[in-house]
Design a protein around this ligand. Structure first.
Ligand code: CP
Length: 306
């Protein structure tokens, strides 16, 4: 059974195909309005979410399907001690496809190993968030026309930011991509990603604490929230949470066609006065996420029928 746990579960060609379907959905939504009639998506969210859960649900409704699920662990039998494996086996009796978010890294993988229907990882701990990456890739494609020859700056919490980890993996498969990793010392990109993704693929990267110095080089600036829920110590969170705040004066040396991204939610990382700047793309990411999740649901349900 085909699931999506890690963005690298999809080949470059499959990502191109998903982008093509998403673009067709944008152009011809009526063509897709009945494509999931009679199918059910289960959204199993053991952690809070606004965009991912509701965009999955909107995606399924716009495909003509239905949605069941829960939005917090306390309203499921996980609160009584039920395992992820048993939950996955149970939901397989009710639904055709699962989108699961869980605070434990690897939980959606365990679900996929026990379910008899496709499982989509909707974010697992500080690990991966492949459908956010699909949203990010469609946004970059629509803004930049492709993925080659880009210098991408990731700024903020690169240690716990699962959207960063997944997007770095995805972009590492394209030509002449460079990364600038901007973070406080304590929130640097984990060593295993530098070793297994960047060094292994010969991707040039630099690490810095200075957003201002990095800014002129960047084609894309991917801002991130400091992930309070992953900290063991509130004092450390309070010390680091406002390490980077993007304000209009910080853009004075930025490229005219810079693409400013953020997976959202934002707390304080991007001033609301940037929202009206034509380079702000973070609410475009939100909408693109729905289209890519529509394309993904269609693909996985089609493959499950084979
Ligand atoms: N980007 C993202 O995952 O947002 P939510 O936590 O609101 O789903």
């Amino acid at each position: 059974m085909r699931s999506l746990i890690d963005i690298l579960d999809l080949s470059v060609k499959e990502i191109e195909e998903l982008i093509a379907v998403a673009c067709d959905i944008i152009e011809n939504p009526a063509k897709y309005a009945e494509t999931c009639r009679g199918k059910k998506l289960a959204t199993l969210f053991f952690e809070p979410s606004t965009r991912t859960r509701l965009s999955f649900e909107a995606a399924m409704y716009e495909l003509g399907g239905n949605v069941i699920g829960f939005s917090e662990a306390t309203s499921s039998s996980a609160a009584k001690g039920e395992s992820v494996a048993d939950t996955a086996k149970t939901i397989s009796c009710y639904a055709d496809i699962i989108a699961m978010r869980h605070p434990k890294e690897g939980a959606p993988l365990v679900a996929s190993q026990n379910a008899t229907i496709p499982v989509i990882n909707a974010g697992d701990g500080g690990h991966n968030h492949p459908t956010q990456t699909l949203a990010d890739l469609l946004t970059i494609y629509r803004e930049k026309g492709g993925f080659d020859n880009l210098t991408v700056g990731f700024c903020g919490d690169l240690k716990f930011g699962r959207t960063v980890h997944s997007l770095i993996s995805a972009l590492s498969r394209y030509s002449n991509v460079k990364f600038v990793l901007i973070s406080p010392e304590e929130l640097k990109l984990p060593s295993y990603i530098k070793k297994d993704v960047l060094k292994k693929n010969g991707i040039p990267y630099e690490q810095t604490t200075s957003l201002e110095e990095a800014m002129p080089k960047l084609d894309i600036l991917y801002m991130t929230r400091v992930q309070r829920e992953r900290f063991f110590n509130e004092e450390d969170y309070l010390r680091l949470k406002d390490s980077y705040v993007l304000e209009p004066n910080k853009l004075k040396n930025a490229k005219e066609d810079l693409c400013i991204m953020h997976p959202l939610p934002r707390v304080n990382e991007i001033s609301v006065s940037i929202d009206s700047d034509k380079r702000a793309c973070y609410f475009k990411q939100v909408l693109n996420g729905k289209y890519m999740r529509m394309a993904l649901i269609l693909k996985l349900l089609k493959e499950a029928q084979k």
